[in-house]
Design a protein around this ligand. Structure first.
Ligand code: ADP
Ligand code: ADP
Length: 222
């Protein structure tokens, strides 16, 4: 599912040019769950950007969903990106689109028929506990509700891999637990899930295998 071999990443633009990841190697089997842990600046966001194909490794080999991404060309990476869902820490909802149109985005990119999209959006909003909120503006929702809209949008196209970067940062504790229940459900249905966090109480409540980064190195996998 995910296989990294000696992956390094260097931020080589700007005054802060630095090696953010050093020779990272690990595997996550299909349907696996991984916490991505480590102090601030450890490289968690950078690693998630590589896994989400929004950055390219400087060195090493990465295979995602059967594709050797470090050698793949742009069209193959674009197709592969559609099989991955990403939840950002700041939700990244588009403020000028309704809740329903935000959730519909991945299916509109696939040119699915509108009646099918409407059904899927209604089903997803029901699943995250926001049934009937299609027409609301994102700004009218609470932080926890916005984050659940972001999750609905990240998974409506049934991605095989779900990546989340500090998804509970802006949430109260009960909302963070609610989010983890959704991630657990997806994982139980076979979605591979990687969640970066430094929310220790969340990790204690939902024990799982972890990748620990420190100073851009993988210091523990277990
Ligand atoms: P969990 O979802 O409980 O974290 P894992 O992601 O560790 O489970 O593993 C999912 C399945 O893959 C399990 O059956 C486990 O035994 C198997 N597995 C885990 N790591 C490896 C590995 N490095 N190589 C082969 N199989 C593995
Ligand atoms: P984490 O998510 O674990 O806090 P990051 O992946 O954000 O860590 O950062 C890893 C390292 O890369 C840090 O030293 C950080 O300062 C550096 N870094 C992150 N983004 C950039 C950037 N755009 N340009 C230069 N350096 C960066």
């Amino acid at each position: 599912m995910i296989s990294l071999r000696d992956i390094s990443f260097r931020h080589d633009r700007g005054p802060r040019a630095a090696t953010a990841l050093h020779a990272i190697s690990f595997d996550v089997p299909q349907g696996g769950f991984r916490w991505l842990l480590g102090p601030s600046g450890a490289g968690k966001s950078t690693l998630l950007r590589l896994l989400g194909l929004s950055a390219r490794a400087s060195e090493g080999e990465m295979t995602l969903l059967g594709v050797l991404t470090t050698r793949a060309r742009r069209p193959a990476l674009t197709r592969l990106r559609r099989r991955i869902g990403v939840v950002h820490q700041d939700f990244a909802l588009l403020p000028d689109l309704s809740v329903g149109d935000n959730v519909a985005l991945p299916l509109r990119l696939q040119d699915r028929p509108e009646d099918e999209i409407a059904d899927a959006v209604a089903a997803m909003l029901g699943w995250v506990g926001l049934a009937g909120r299609e027409r609301d503006a994102p700004a009218r929702l609470s932080g926890g509700e916005q984050q659940r809209v972001a999750v609905a949008r990240a998974v409506i196209h049934q991605p095989e891999l779900l990546l989340a970067d500090e998804p509970t940062n802006a949430l109260q504790e009960d909302q963070g637990r609610r989010l983890m229940e959704l991630f657990n459900e997806l994982n139980a249905m076979g979605t591979t899930v990687v969640v970066a966090t430094h929310n220790e109480s969340l990790v204690q409540r939902y024990p799982g295998r972890a990748l620990w980064l420190d100073g851009g190195r993988l210091v523990h996998d277990g």
